[in-house]
Design a binder for this molecule. Structure first.
Ligand code: NAD
Length: 417
């Protein structure tokens, strides 16, 4: 039985420590980068539809803003804790740095189960969060976006509340908005699309022909569904297994992904899709596929199951799916891991494009968004791959070397450390 510490923030700190040692980072810089610069916790009362009042905890961690205003998603999940938010905020800092956009990293969330809330309760909770946090948000301060169980509609309510507080238009306060309210073309599928651009590059480097290649996807929300659809459309992948929180399904001939997405949207789950057999989330991870996309939550590949992973490429669309112990096992076994803060950076990159378009109030065509996203993701992949090859390090550590160096340089130039 492995005795790994699965606290996400401890994991994020240990990854940083490893990179700091290789970089020979000065001790004050390492200590500064190990901790968030600012954290906020607010108590949010919510009037329920039945007239009762429930109390929720809301978080925002602004990890580091040396390279620009902070940016990061909002997660509504029953297991949300301040340490989860800290870790995700740290990874946002390394993410904006690896794709070299002029932003820092932040993250936020509410400990809640949105599945138990009505639409009107969700709206009041979104507005309550914004009333509590408005003072620390804004395009020059910190800009939230969607993450697990938050949607463009939730972003719209929050933007509306912020504008009501300010008494002026300020669409850039939040990204991932619906298109009619200043959202960007291409934001909905940006996380998966960015992941597929880097997977395409990885296949090229590893000599894998993507057409007809079997892939498995854990999690079938924003990241997972678009990974399936675009994986087929852009690279010709054969999606043989998918799962969500209620379980997984497999069909070794490959799914009709359009029909599967429609089925999931109609029934709320992938289970029972015609022509499929059930598979557990655990077994899905261990399938003999070329590419595995963990696209659900953290700590799914651990010291317990890493030896059983047979995929050639693991493209981490989820944040934090692989523990440090699993990382070293995968590296030893020759599994090529595209680390989360590179693999899923497409989301924040198009969120950044959205912020830019909101600020100059002029909107791009979809093909321009795709072109710019491809350029940034491909360049970031090549930068990281170069270090991976030259220094014989795993891809995660290689990505850390670039990001930590960029953030540390900004901190030094500001005279902070
Ligand atoms: P989402 O809420 O749209 O979907 C989450 C999916 O995961 C759902 O299908 C849910 O059923 C499934 N799931 C939950 N628990 C599961 C479990 N135990 N086993 C299998 N499936 C499970 O969320 P999302 O936006 O797709 O985010 C998924 C991951 O991608 C998260 O780690 C998130 O932080 C990361 N991410 C998302 C974005 C984005 O733009 N949406 C950007 C970067 C990273």
């Amino acid at each position: 039985m492995s005795k790994e510490n699965l606290n996400l923030f401890k994991i994020a700190q240990s990854q940083l420590d490893k990179a700091a040692e290789i970089l020979g980072l000065e001790e004050p810089v390492r200590l500064f980068l190990r901790e968030p610069m600012r954290e906020f916790i607010f108590t949010i009362p919510l009037k329920m539809d039945d007239g009762s009042t429930r109390i929720f905890k809301g978080y925002r961690v602004q990890y580091n803003n040396a390279r620009g205003p902070t940016k990061g998603g909002l997660r509504w999940h029953p297991d949300e804790t301040i340490d989860t938010v800290r870790a995700l905020a740290a990874w946002m800092t390394w993410k904006t740095a690896v794709v070299d956009i002029p932003l820092g990293g932040a993250k936020g969330g509410i400990t809640c189960n949105p599945k138990e809330l009505s639409l009107t309760e969700r709206e009041r909770l979104a507005r309550g969060y914004m009333r509590a946090f408005a003072r620390i948000l804004g395009v020059t301060k910190d800009v939230p976006a969607p993450d697990v169980y938050t949607t463009p509609q939730i972003m719209a309510w929050m933007m509306d509340e912020y504008e009501a507080i300010l008494g002026q238009s300020h669409p850039g306060v939040i990204t991932g908005k619906p298109l009619p309210l200043g959202g960007s073309e291409g934001r909905m599928d940006a996380t998966a699309r960015g992941g597929l651009y880097v997977t395409r590059e990885a296949c090229r480097e590893l000599g894998i022909a993507p057409k007809g290649t079997a892939v498995a996807i854990q999690g079938f929300g924003n990241a997972g569904q678009f990974a399936a659809t675009l994986g087929v459309e852009m690279l010709g992948f054969k999606v043989i297994a998918v799962s969500d929180s209620r379980g997984g399904i497999i069909n070794t001939n490959g799914f009709d992904v359009g029909a599967l997405v429609a089925y999931k949207n109609r029934t709320g789950a992938v289970s029972g899709f015609p022509g499929s057999n059930p598979i557990s989330n655990e077994n899905l991870l261990e399938l003999d596929v070329e590419v595995l996309f963990p696209s659900a939550l953290e700590n799914t590949i651990t010291g317990e199951n890493a030896r059983k992973i047979r995929a050639k490429i693991v493209c981490e669309l989820a944040n934090g799916p692989t523990t440090p112990e699993a990382d070293s096992i995968l590296f030893k076994n020759g599994v090529f891991v595209i680390p989360d803060f590179l693999a899923n950076a497409g989301g924040v990159t198009v969120s950044y494009f959205e912020q830019v378009q909101n600020t100059y109030n002029y909107y791009w065509q979809l093909d321009e968004v795709h072109r710019q996203l491809d350029l940034r993701m491909t360049k970031a992949f090549k930068d990281v791959f170069k270090i991976h090859k030259a220094r014989e390090l795993d891809m995660r550590t290689s990505a850390y070397l670039i990001s930590v160096d960029r953030v540390a340089t900004a901190c030094r130039l500001r005279g902070w450390v």
